[in-house]
Design a protein around this ligand. Structure first.
Ligand code: ATP
Length: 300
């Protein structure tokens, strides 16, 4: 549906994007993950058409076609609302920009208000809203044109957990409606919950792009946590199986072969009469993948 080829963008001597290429399928959620300054917003602004000077090509599939701009919704990182008027008036403003009028405009605004959970506050001025409500309305403005492709640039920054969950649920609903989402974030646990494909971006380069499951299988190393009095007695005997670190009252063994490691730990515990208090396989996380690939945490 959307294909980016060899895209680069410089701001003076800053290389914001360096030769980026990827494809996005219709109806999927594509996560763009990277620390501050990685180049996520620049990429989104190019796709939306805000930044027009860049190298490379963007091809939109048949479903978007020639009038693609009409079908792309953009939720900017900064909340972009008129605070002194009501939620409804903000939606009308955006609807009119997308050439909606009369009954169509009013009906669409009501639909969107219900979608973003603000129907009962529609006549209130935006300045009386919480941060989370403003974020939801910000998304609502982009939904006025019923986009096929919706670009969301860090839509959950600095809001309460309930609003965050509400927005994630909305995104899941959009996927079910076969809308395509590009979701930029450095909240990796959110991306993990809703994205199908993920691109890790750092210093303007895509350092890995893959389906979520493939990414985890390829890069995240599983580990085993075990604790119990005196299990330090046999630690030396399992050192060759992976990397051991002390954690809380026990140890984490990071290993490519967790089943073999678990069997060995059980064997040694029995032999040394050690009773294990805790013994579990820890599932790899996307955060670990980012760490493995870049050697650094995702800086918030
Ligand atoms: N208008 C601009 N002029 C000059 N440099 C810019 C401009 N916009 C972005 N940059 C630089 O380009 C690089 C990429 O910035 P960008 O905003 O795309 O990153 P980002 O991943 O979206 O970061 P954040 O999560 O902080 O929004 C950064 O080094 C940034 O300082």
């Amino acid at each position: 549906m959307l294909s980016i080829k060899n895209m680069s963008k410089n701001y003076g001597s800053t290389k914001a994007l360096q030769n980026i290429s990827f494809n996005i399928e219709k109806g999927s959620c594509f996560g763009l993950v990277g620390p501050n300054g990685a180049g996520k917003s620049t990429l989104i602004k190019i796709i939306v058409g805000i930044i027009q000077q860049y190298e490379g090509t963007i091809t939109f599939g048949k479903s978007l076609g020639a009038n693609q701009k009409q079908k792309i919704g953009y939720v900017p990182q900064e909340v972009c609302l008129e605070e002194n008027v009501s939620a409804l008036e903000n939606l009308y403003f955006f609807g009119k920009m997308y050439r909606l009028t009369g009954k169509e405009l009013h009906e669409r605004a009501d639909e969107v208000l219900s979608y973003i959970g603000l129907s009962d506050r529609k006549k209130d001025k935006v300045k009386t809203f919480s941060g989370g409500m403003k974020r939801r309305l910000n998304i609502g403005c982009a939904l006025m044109k019923e986009p096929e492709l919706i670009m969301m640039d860090e839509p959950t920054v600095g809001i309460d957990p309930q609003s965050r969950q509400y927005i994630l649920n909305m995104m899941n609903e959009m996927k079910q409606e076969n809308r395509t989402i590009i979701y930029s974030s450095h909240y990796i646990e959110e991306v993990e919950k809703i994205c199908d494909d993920i691109a890790f971006i750092d210093h303007g380069k895509i350092i890995e792009h893959n389906n979520m499951d493939v990414l985890l299988k390829k890069h995240a190393i599983p580990s085993v946590y075990f604790s119990g009095d005196r299990c330090s007695k046999y630690i030396q005997e399992i050192e060759h199986l992976g990397t051991i670190t002390e954690h809380k009252k026990g140890y984490i063994l990071t290993t490519r072969n967790p089943m073999q490691a678990m069997e060995k730990i059980l064997q040694l515990s029995k032999k040394n009469s050690v009773v294990l208090d805790q013994f579990e396989l820890l599932q790899p996380k996307l955060e670990d993948v980012f760490f493995t690939l870049t050697g650094s945490e995702l800086r918030a």
